[in-house]
Design a protein around this ligand. Structure first.
Ligand SMILES: *Cc1c(COP(=O)(O)O)cnc(C)c1O
Length: 396
């Protein structure tokens, strides 16, 4: 017999969510998460994955995964600090450091875990963190976990950041002050103002932390937002994920060697959670090797993104101010946004709606993620559907 208190809590809260239309129903994908996906037997053009370069289904990665699985088995067998560090994990970390132009790197089980791991390994209750108000949920949770004082600054507002940096460093209240930002903001596709952030950090001796989950593989010839601005030696923590453009799973921190040494002895997900599978490590190495030897996939990604953006804009949609392949299509009102996404789905396009509280009220949008794996024909078909549904609903 389960707890009555729990039962009451669950029933009340689930009913409330469902009543408000906020209960998210998950549709399983029947097969690969490629440029098209099959859901409930219907094949749809997929504009919602983070598989920017199409690497999740790349045969070179699949082969690397299979070979490593044959050699090492399916699991790492232990946490990294006992005997779960396979030579393939070390090779991945060396490759990541080379890719990021840093002295060293440490791999984790996910990008989310990186933020759980790295922030609290360095920051504590005697410190303060300046955090962009639109930072990713895992950054927010990582900051909370550290018990440092979190000071939010207005999105990409450098005057606000500077004023708050000045106040925090001159208050005498904190031992260390860090500034944390996404490299690319995932809801609007805008790029953090890293040159200005780094300049402010230098002026006030702030620790710099950039989570480049959506920038790696996309900007800076693949090496990410920090490299894009030529700041590889000016940012203390470069966080990345292996599950978006890299197409597999995992995360990493790249930086100076002593920082990485410290994370290897003090970051809790590294010490207390099993390492990524040998197959995942091997496919990540393969993906990074591909990125470091060719820009073909990035070129295709940007071509496809430009094509989709131009097409949507020409049709009269509001696509916001994205500077990256992330292409929001802003509809506004929440229920209308959800209806728009549903109609796109019925017509063969999978583009998920994103509404309050993930984005501000009244700025509901359908977010499109074009990838290198889409063909022109798929994008044309998607644009035809957008035109049809947009006109039908009076949006364009
Ligand atoms: C997606 C994302 C993460 C999480 O990465 P996972 O590898 O999927 O856990 C972390 N930070 C940011 C900024 C992200 O966009």
């Amino acid at each position: 017999m389960s707890s009555h208190t729990l039962q009451k809590f669950l029933t009340e809260n689930l009913e409330e969510l469902k009543g408000k239309g906020l209960y998210n129903v998950i549709d399983p994908v029947e097969g690969a998460n490629g440029p098209t996906i099959t859901i409930a037997g219907r094949t749809l053009i997929n504009l919602s994955s983070n598989n920017y370069l199409g690497l999740a289904t790349d045969s070179r990665l699949i082969n690397a995964c299979n070979e490593a699985t044959k050699k090492y088995g399916v699991g790492a067998g232990a946490v990294r600090t006992i005997n779960g560090t396979l030579d393939i994990h070390v090779k991945l970390e060396e490759k990541l450091a080379e890719f990021k132009h840093t002295e060293a790197a440490i791999a984790y089980q996910s990008g989310f875990n990186c933020n759980m791991a790295a922030i609290s390994a360095v920051m504590d209750k005697h410190d303060a963190i300046l955090s962009d108000e639109l930072n990713h949920a895992s950054i927010i949770d990582g900051c909370r976990l550290s018990k440092a004082k979190t000071i939010r600054y207005n999105h990409s507002d450098m005057e606000d950041l500077r004023a708050k940096a000045k106040e925090a460093t001159s208050s005498g209240l904190y031992n260390k002050v860090m500034v944390i930002t996404d490299g690319v903001f995932s809801m609007d596709g805008d790029i953090a103002k890293l040159p200005e952030i780094v300049a402010i950090a230098e002026e006030f001796d702030l620790i710099t932390y950039v989570d480049d989950a959506h920038g790696s593989g996309v900007l800076g010839n693949g090496a990410g937002t920090v490299k894009h601005f030529g700041l590889s030696d000016k940012v203390d923590f470069q966080i990345g994920t292996l599950s978006k453009a890299i197409g597999v799973v995992g995360g990493y921190v790249a930086g100076r060697k002593d920082l990485i040494d410290w994370l290897k002895v003090r970051s809790r997900p590294f010490l207390f959670s099993t390492a990524v599978t040998p197959g995942a490590a091997a496919s990540c190495i393969e993906a990074i090797t591909i990125l470091m030897t060719s820009t073909e996939l990035q070129t295709k990604l940007w071509e496809n993104a430009d094509y989709l953006k131009k097409g949507l804009k020409k049709l009269g949609f509001d696509i916001g101010h994205s500077e990256t392949p992330i292409t929001p299509c802003i509809i506004g009102e929440e229920t209308k946004t959800q209806e728009f996404s549903k109609r796109l789905n019925e017509e063969g396009v999978y583009a998920k709606s994103i509404v309050f509280p993930t984005v501000p009220q009244g700025t509901g949008r359908v977010r499109n993620m074009p990838t290198a794996a889409h063909t022109k024909e798929m994008l044309d078909e998607a644009l035809t559907v957008y035109e049809k549904v947009g006109k039908e609903m009076g949006i364009i």
